[in-house]
Design a protein around this ligand. Sequence first.
Ligand SMILES: Cc1cc2nc3c(=O)[nH]c(=O)nc-3n(C[C@H](O)[C@H](O)[C@H](O)COP(=O)(O)OP(=O)(O)OC[C@H]3O[C@@H](n4cnc5c(N)ncnc54)[C@H](O)[C@@H]3O)c2cc1C
Length: 514
Amino acid sequence: MRALLSTHGSSGDVAMTEHAVVIAGAGPTGLMLAGELALAGVVVTIVERRAGQDLAGARAGGLHSRTIEVLDQRGIADRFLSEGQVAQVAAYLPGMPLDISDFPTRHNYGLGLWQNHIERILAGWVHELGVPIRYGSEVTGFAQDDTGVDVELSDGQSLRAQYLVGCDGGRSLVRKAAGIEFPGWDPTTSALLAEVEMTEEPELGIRRTPSGMHALGKVEYEIKDGEVVYKPGGTVGVMLTESHVGTSEPTLRDLSEGLIAVYGTDYGIHSPTLITRFTDMTRQAAAYRDRRVLLAGDAAHVHSPVGGQGLNTGVQDAVNLGWKLAQVVHRTAPESLLDTYHAERHPVAARVLRNTMAQVALMRADDRIEALRDTVSELLSMDEPRKRFAAMMSGLDIHYDLGGGHPLLGRRVPDLDLVTANVRLRVFTLLHTARPVLLNLGEPGGFDIAPWADRVQLIDAEYAGPWELPAIGTVTAPTGVLVRPDGHVAWVGDQTQVGLVDALTAWFGLPTAA
Ligand SMILES: Cc1cc2nc3c(=O)[nH]c(=O)nc-3n(C[C@H](O)[C@H](O)[C@H](O)COP(=O)(O)OP(=O)(O)OC[C@H]3O[C@@H](n4cnc5c(N)ncnc54)[C@H](O)[C@@H]3O)c2cc1C
């Protein structure tokens, strides 16, 4: 069912086009979700307010390890790796990256790559998958009924969809129009963020003053031997913590005064391409779903950018939601499967909110906080806390509560090198098509999942090496593993097949009659 179903006149004389899913917003979350749905054969359209994919300013600075893994699961990680700078970026305290080079993952690092490039690469992938993006068009409202959603657009058109997903950022219209509460905490601090030219060479790096932490860096950089290397000249990125939470539209003059207050000079700033402000406002949608309307990414959670987790969390929301929504659209799974999206992803973002609030508190300029920062820094230099916090910041420790049992259950499957009858194969390669896979690591032919054969790949394979999980260590080698399209383990077999049929039914729908 790849073709669009076009109808006219079903809402007065407004042209109405029917889709399975409409996504509001072509930011990283909306693009990733569109790719996931398209891979699963769902007719999806993105509506994006911007005129094109260009982004004002650089915003997010890169990807954490688990997001690179997620992209690797779809066979597109190299597109990002080839353009970015690999580095140790999982930091809990700014300026103190936690080394994950000993973690059991192929991507034991993060990637420095600005959000405009991340979006461009994702948009290219989505384009290859044939997803239309309606740039320059805004979702202005919607009305949902038992069978679908009428999505109103700023150009007067209306789209009819089975589901609407709000990936429309922190000020999400979709969230507000759905009446979904957004409880949390008002900002306690704000910072000016700018990209400017300077006539003098600035003092690059982090500086602390009684008003807080400030940073100057170049937009263009390279990483050599683990160190950031800037070229002379070029656009400077400025981050200045304000003495009070700012509310008015920031200007070049505000920036100049802020620089003089902190550095004693404004370095001759001119030609800004971006002057904006971010805060530590921390809020999370009370529900990620209201019937046929769902939220993902910043639309569902906002927090301080410290630790660089926002974009990563949004992309991973999309990968959790995509295959579930696809199955519900295809009617192979009941609508209740969508409730697992909130159940799994709400706690993940709640944890991000908590750790960003703690990090913001640790950045305050105060002698006692300074003492606390030193204490945390000492703690994080110890091996076990370093592993735990680095696994959290890099997203590698995400664990969905799928019940007790084997430690693999609910966690990401490691990207092991398997040996099958014909070829050597990586686990992630099996996930490129976003279809679930049952790995039989015991007796070949030991599983019969014929009633799910149209939905689940069955692979007989051997793997003789250790099974290691980040921050957990070696776990017992299983004889069978059911892996969901998002790379999380839905069932673990240990010589028996107890629970397999239940897991297949719960995640991939009722068996097909023979
Ligand atoms: C200074 C700064 C640094 C950051 N650093 C990092 C980092 O290092 N790592 C990290 O992971 N995250 C970081 N973040 C956070 C990251 O930028 C966001 O979390 C990320 O952009 C969220 O993606 P999204 O797709 O959910 O939302 P957005 O990127 O906000 O995308 C929403 C899209 O929806 C569109 N839109 C809005 N309303 C409508 C509408 N009604 N109809 C149609 N379209 C609409 C918008 O134009 C936009 O394109 C940073 C943020 C800031 C501000």
